[in-house]
Design a protein around this ligand. Structure first.
Ligand code: LCS
Length: 400
């Protein structure tokens, strides 16, 4: 984006950030630089680029103009120092763990995180002597109590997958500062359009771009945004060496998606707010978790730290698991599929799908009940979404 006198607002940033300052042929869309390597005019120039003395591209695992455009766009939206594109959201999560944790160190994390994030710590990083504790971080006291002498990182997901619990980011950042720890926030469920953790004191933000930022259920990708140069360099070195970087074509597709992030989130959120109200009033629905509802336990924190309540709802029907299966098997417009944040509405069953790898007792401790149904509300017309859920819920036999 060209140097402007004042910072731009978020819709403008979504559309313009990362475009080339001097287009090559006047192109309006960022080109795909589909090249694995970059030539050097001289041996000296090549050496200078490698040593970092001079800026310039050398090899696509280390940097590529198209990927860089997306990194700049997301870092500007997150108000961070710089972004790092990754092959998937899990590549972003694991790269940050690899960069910040050593053998013998410990991490405190939200219990209700995406299942693979929990399992990669419990099953894989534990093989290298890294310890993890999972607590309900929506109560800050639980974070304080879980901190050990070897703790290095507090890792929170807010809103959390799939309970939609909210953690007070500023409160968690204060705890991190006091104990000299780093705070990492998975901002996937909010997107930078609704929440910017770095402004609230976080050190690093991670994203699954697969979700809202790309928004069309056709790409997987991830992003890490560091708050300062020191953290950026530390994580970037690990990313370059381990190689979970993003491909330029993938980056270009996500750039196309992010241009409409504000429009998509606004429309889907409007639908989600109405659907949450509708579900609350449905006689066959037992409970609804949506931060926009005044009785959500962290409604006020969400109001304070988010610019909107998002588009993901979890709920349970009156006859629990069996009733839930009836809903999943009878929706027609909602698609029964994992993932979220696309223009189309999805419905899934976390205990048996996204969080099936997490042992049942750990799931239940984290509030991920067997009966919990998660919906990702898309950009269709509200009336069609409402009628589809209504007809599916009404198929639950009465009196069960
Ligand atoms: N962080 C969060 C909060 C996620 O929800 C996911 C994926 C990831 C990280 C990992 O991203 P990926 O590697 O898939 O790009 N969440 C999924 C979900 O809830 N359903 O399917 C995938």
């Amino acid at each position: 984006m060209k140097e402007k006198a004042k910072p731009m607002h978020k819709s403008t940033v979504s559309i313009h950030a990362g475009n080339l300052e001097s287009p090559i042929f006047g192109e309006v869309s960022m080109p795909i630089f589909q090249t694995s390597t970059f030539s050097f005019p001289t041996a000296e120039e090549g050496a200078a680029r490698f040593s970092g003395e001079k800026n310039g591209y050398v090899y696509t695992r280390i940097g590529n103009p198209t990927t860089n455009a997306l990194e700049e766009c997301i870092a500007t939206l997150e108000k961070g120092y710089a972004g790092m594109g990754t092959a998937t959201g899990m590549a972003a999560v694991t790269t940050v763990f690899l960069a910040l944790l050593q053998q013998g160190t410990h991490i405190v994390s939200t219990g209700s995180v995406y299942g693979a994030t929990r399992m990669v710590l419990e099953k894989e990083f534990s093989r290298f002597g890294i310890k993890s504790t999972f607590v309900d971080t929506s109560d800050l006291n639980n974070i304080k109590q879980a901190i050990l002498p070897d703790t290095r990182v507090i890792y929170i997901e807010t809103p959390a997958n799939p309970t939609i619990n909210i953690t007070d980011i500023r409160g968690a950042a204060d705890i991190a500062r006091k104990h000299d720890l780093l705070l990492v926030v998975d901002n996937t469920f909010a997107s930078p359009y609704l929440q910017r953790p770095l402004e609230l004191g976080a050190d690093i933000v991670v994203h699954s771009l697969t979700k809202f930022i790309n928004g069309h259920s056709d790409v997987v990708g991830g992003m890490i945004v560091a708050k300062n140069e020191k953290l950026y360099r530390k994580v970037k070195e690990v990313l370059n060496l381990f190689g979970g970087t993003m491909d330029p074509h993938q980056a270009w597709l996500v750039l196309r998606g992010v241009r409409t992030l504000p429009l998509r989130v606004e429309k889907a959120q409007e639908n989600a707010e109405k659907l949450a109200q509708f579900l609350m009033q449905h006689p066959k629905v037992a409970w609804v978790n949506y931060p926009g509802l005044p009785d959500h336990p962290q409604h006020q924190i969400a109001q304070k730290q988010m610019d909107g309540f998002g588009t993901i709802i979890s709920f349970g029907v009156k006859n629990g698991l069996e009733g839930g299966k009836v809903v999943l098997n009878n929706v027609k417009l909602f698609t029964l599929a994992v993932s979220l944040g696309g223009v189309e509405s999805l419905i899934e069953h976390p205990a048996f799908m996204t969080h099936a790898s997490v042992p049942k007792s750990e799931r239940e401790d984290a509030g991920i009940l067997d009966e919990l149904i998660r919906i990702s509300v898309g950009c269709e017309d509200y009336e069609d979404l409402r009628d589809d859920l209504d007809q599916a819920i009404n198929k639950i036999p009465s009196g069960v």
